[in-house]
Each structure stands twice: as structure tokens, then as C-alpha cells.
Design a protein around this ligand. Structure first.
Ligand code: 13P
Ligand code: SF4
Length: 309
């Protein structure tokens, strides 16, 4: 074992820490994680773990969600500048203005949003359960869905509900084009195209399956097929290949890389843990209590009402 890995393992044991990693993390981070998963799976793990310290290898809103669910635990984000541009496309003030324009509407926010926006929302959702969350809401109620316009339009299609959308988007998923899907199909004939709902509608429309990252992994695990085109951030190919080494996976576009997800390195994981050992809170993600309690209500409604995928 190399020196950095050994030190991480020692500190993990000493501080009863758990390492959670999103499916888009660099391969070497996924490999040291106790659990890898999608946003929903990671939220549930963060809430259920007995560990005192959670080292969250993902982007800021994910670590923030863990801190909202488990205020008694220490949540460390090894790179504080690993943000999510989509989450930053809406503020609490903008959402309050939108709510004023649509009095009485129920607000559903995608988990890719700041804690303050969750605090202004009635329900949170992830890409794994957005359709079910919206489907469970009273039919006579207007629904505001923020911030992802593409996930929102997908949910609107699937539920036949007329949602009030916000013009947010993921810059990495926007890079995947219809031509990418067509070219990938030509280079891997017969492959199943699995697409994340953050992709644009034309891309979704020529795909075979629309899945969260966790659902992609589950589908591949259960499928007899051996060829897959993956239209999401390229980091997931690592976990897909690990899970099914005899299958072929190609990324719909090599450009679909989330630079923020790639900011986490093994050294940064170690530094965050060493810093914690020195009783510093430089890497700790905390949410002020008055925001946290309101945001938690929206997340609890999601976690309680829906089974994990
Ligand atoms: P998943 O919840 O599907 O893992 O997606 C998170 C995300 O940020 C997609 O860009
Ligand atoms: Fe945010 Fe897109 Fe990165 Fe997901 S892939 S964390 S939505 S920027």
C-alpha cells in the first residue's frame, strides 16, 4: 500500500470515519471509498451511518446535504471549492420571488441546490426519485420545480404535470449532443444508450433508458446485455467496468467531465483528515441551524416517502 493510502486508512480507523464517494469521482477515490453511489444513495448512507466523521468525496451540495441530515457528525469536504454550477444557478431570494408569483404552489427542489433553497422548498428530490416525488403531489396543486430545467422537463413529460421550471442546467451534461449519441451507436452497434435526465430533450429522446447514476449501475448489474453507451459524466465508467468487467462501456462524449468532481485527490482526502486530527475545522461543512432545520424537512419528506432505487 502506498504511503498516502496507509495514512488515510490509519486516520479512518482512529477517528471512526467513513468515506463516501459519488459515482463521478476519480477512480482512485472510488476505490478507497466505503460506499460509492448516487446523490440519493449517499444521502441515505450519510443519515444511517454510525461513523462520527464523514469524508465526503463529491461536490459541496452533497456534503451540505449530509451535514443537514446528520448535524451530530463531522462532515469533511476535501476540496471546499468543489461546487456545482447548477446548484449555484438559483438563490433563496430568487426562489422566494418565484413563490410570490405563484402563490400556493408546491416547491420541489432538486438536491443539486444550496441549503437555503432547500429551506424554501416543500420537497427535495434527486434524479432517482424526482418523477415519484412529483407524482405523489395533489393533482390540483401547481408545482414549481428548481433549478434544473432539463430534469424538470423530463419529470413534466413523465408525470403529465405542467411544472413551473427554472432555467438552470448542468454545464457538463449540456456538452452531450444528439450527434454524440448517433456516433456512439455507430461505433458500438447494438449498445443500450443510458442517459442521465440532466441531458437535453433531443439527447433523451434518442436514448434507450433515462437513469440516475445509481439506476445505471443497477440496470447494468441486472442486464444480460454486454454493450452500453453512457450519456453522463465519464467518471461512472470506472464503477460500471468494475461491476461488469466483461461488458463494453463507452462514454457518449469524452467532453462530459465535471471539473468540480475531479478536484478531489487522494492527497486532499489525507490533508482533510490530518487537519481534522489537529482539531481544525477548515474542511468541515456546517449549515446554520435555522436553515438546516427547514432544509431537513424537505429532504426528510423525500427520504421517508420513497424507497431507494
Ligand atoms: P445522480 O444523483 O444521478 O448521481 O446525479 C448527481 C449529479 O450531480 C448529476 O450531475
Ligand atoms: Fe453539478 Fe453537473 Fe457536476 Fe453534477 S455533473 S455536480 S450537476 S456540475
Amino acid at each position: 500500500m502506498n504511503n498516502v493510502l496507509e495514512k488515510i486508512q490509519n486516520l479512518k480507523q482512529r477517528y471512526e470515519a467513513v468515506i463516501l464517494a459519488h459515482n463521478y469521482q476519480p477512480g482512485e477515490i472510488q476505490d478507497i471509498a466505503d460506499f460509492t453511489g448516487d446523490s440519493l444513495g449517499l444521502s441515505i448512507k450519510a443519515a444511517q451511518t454510525d461513523a462520527r466523521v464523514i469524508v465526503f468525496c463529491g461536490v459541496y451540495f452533497m456534503a451540505e446535504t449530509a451535514a443537514i441530515l446528520s448535524p451530530e457528525k463531522t462532515v469533511l469536504l476535501p476540496e471546499k471549492h468543489a461546487g456545482c454550477p447548477m446548484a449555484d444557478m438559483i438563490t433563496a431570494e430568487q426562489l422566494r420571488d418565484l413563490k410570490q408569483k405563484h402563490p400556493g404552489a408546491i416547491v420541489v427542489c432538486y438536491v443539486n441546490s444550496p441549503a437555503e433553497v432547500k429551506a424554501e422548498s416543500d420537497y427535495c428530490c434527486t434524479s432517482a426519485n424526482a418523477v415519484e416525488v412529483v407524482d405523489s403531489l395533489p393533482e390540483d396543486k401547481k408545482i414549481i420545480f428548481v433549478p434544473d430545467q432539463y430534469l424538470g422537463s423530463y419529470v413534466a413529460e413523465k408525470t403529465s404535470r405542467d411544472l413551473v421550471l427554472w432555467p438552470g442546467y448542468c454545464p457538463s451534461h449540456m456538452l452531450i449532443t444528439e450527434d454524440d449519441i448517433k456516433n456512439a451507436r455507430a461505433s458500438l452497434p447494438g449498445a443500450i444508450v443510458m442517459t442521465h435526465p440532466e441531458c437535453t430533450k433531443p439527447v433523451r429522446d434518442i436514448s434507450d433508458q433515462i437513469f440516475s447514476t445509481g439506476q445505471m449501475l443497477k440496470f447494468v448489474r441486472q442486464s444480460d446485455a454486454k454493450r452500453f453507451i453512457v450519456a453522463t459524466e465519464t467518471g461512472i465508467i470506472h464503477s460500471l467496468k468494475k461491476q461488469k468487467p466483461d461488458a463494453e462501456f463507452i462514454a457518449a462524449s469524452q467532453k462530459a467531465v465535471c471539473p468540480n468532481m475531479k478536484k478531489i485527490t487522494l492527497e486532499k482526502v489525507l490533508w482533510a483528515m490530518e487537519d481534522f486530527a489537529k482539531a481544525s475545522s477548515k474542511y468541515q461543512v456546517k449549515v446554520p441551524d435555522q436553515i438546516r432545520k427547514r432544509a431537513k424537512k424537505a429532504i426528510d419528506r423525500m427520504v421517508e416517502t420513497l424507497p431507494a432505487n
